[in-house]
Design a binder for this molecule. Structure first.
Ligand code: N2P
Length: 342
């Protein structure tokens, strides 16, 4: 009698601590829009009982400002490589417990130990991609090779670009042959008139779904995320993807756990789930970026792997962004100024 009175609660307590999937458990996920299929999150909830509250953002700046303002409310976030670099430096991320992530083995070796997190202690690659030019070849007959061919008076009000100041300024830096990760007052002064001209030509700024303006026929050319371009290509072969001659930005977006997260165990569970080949394949089907998961890639169709926006042929030279410190704020200010002056 005495034994059960003590043993039973003890056993129950033990069960509650060790069982990873307690009913009523919740996880707050903050990720890029148009990047994580709701069906994948539903599958996770079905398997684990963990409810996922999913909020989205369209830029790294939005992620950073909400994370700082929102305190401890997010359990899992999805910064780009260079923003993860900032967050690691600022001690905003929690070290991962790699023992809880056996599916890390599915990642291709070239996506482990990246510059932003050389020991892979804080981040797990989710998807990678490039930024490039999409042309509606039914409407545009002149050859387009780089940013300079896009931002010309002939395309005034026919252009969509990402609403992303760092991207826009980087494209201008590339065209001016300036280093993109060493941003100085001098280099900003050099690109200022270039960007000023460009913003006057742009019709739509959209980081969430730049494909929409192209699909609708509102614009004929764009500078967009490769996954958006891949969807356009699947939709209609008239939408061609071109890696800009002056320089191609490459991003690796990662999964990471904020230092302030309340439910780190569930965050690890979701990361490990997203690394499963069958799950990662569903992500690629909905959002055809470059999948860093080698085991998932084996499950893709030849057609998916032949999409030139998802998997650019050859070995193009790609350039990644790095933390540029305070210059990031200068870039934001420059673009805001020029957009309001147009
Ligand atoms: C998905 C956005 C791609 C992420 N909509 C760019 N880093």
């Amino acid at each position: 009698m005495k034994l059960t009175r003590f043993l039973l609660p003890a056993l129950l307590a033990l069960f509650t601590v060790t069982n990873p999937a307690r009913a009523g458990e919740e996880l707050n996920l903050f990720g890029w829009s148009e990047y994580i299929p709701q069906g994948v999150l539903d599958g996770f909830t079905k398997e684990t009982g963990i409810k996922v509250n999913f909020e989205t953002y369209a830029s790294n700046e939005e992620l950073l400002s909400k994370l700082v303002a929102g305190g401890g409310s997010y359990d899992l976030i999805q910064p780009s490589d260079y923003t993860a670099e900032v967050m690691i430096r600022q001690k905003l991320l929690s070290p991962l417990d790699l023992a809880q992530l056996p599916n890390l083995k599915n990642l291709a070796p070239e996506f482990r130990h990246l510059d932003h997190d050389p020991d892979g202690r804080y981040t797990v690659p989710y998807m990678s991609g490039t930024v490039g030019i999409v042309v509606n070849t039914e409407r545009v007959k002149t050859p387009i090779k780089g940013y300079r061919d896009v931002f010309t008076p002939a395309f005034k009000d026919r252009i969509v670009v990402l609403a992303d100041p760092r991207e826009l300024v980087t494209w201008a830096m590339f065209t001016e042959k300036l280093p993109i990760n060493h941003v100085t007052p001098e280099s900003l002064a050099r690109v200022r008139p270039v960007v000023a001209e460009w913003v006057k030509l742009i019709k739509v700024f959209d980081s969430d779904s730049p494909k929409t303006a192209l699909l609708n026929g509102d614009v004929d050319v764009g500078v967009v995320w490769s996954g958006e371009a891949a969807i356009l290509w699947n939709e209609n072969r008239k939408f061609q993807y071109i890696l800009p001659a002056e320089g191609v930005p490459q991003f690796v977006d990662v999964l990471a756990i904020p230092a302030t997260a309340q439910n780190k165990a569930a965050a690890h569970q979701l990361i490990n789930y997203l690394l499963r080949p069958d799950v990662s394949r569903q992500i690629s089907a909905a959002f055809p970026y470059t999948n860093p998961n080698a085991e998932a890639r084996k499950l893709l169709t030849p057609e998916q792997l032949a999409n030139p926006a998802s998997y650019p042929p050859g070995h193009p030279k790609l350039t990644t962004f790095h933390d540029i410190g305070k210059a990031a704020a200068d870039i934001d200010r420059l673009v805001t100024d020029l957009k309001s002056a147009r």
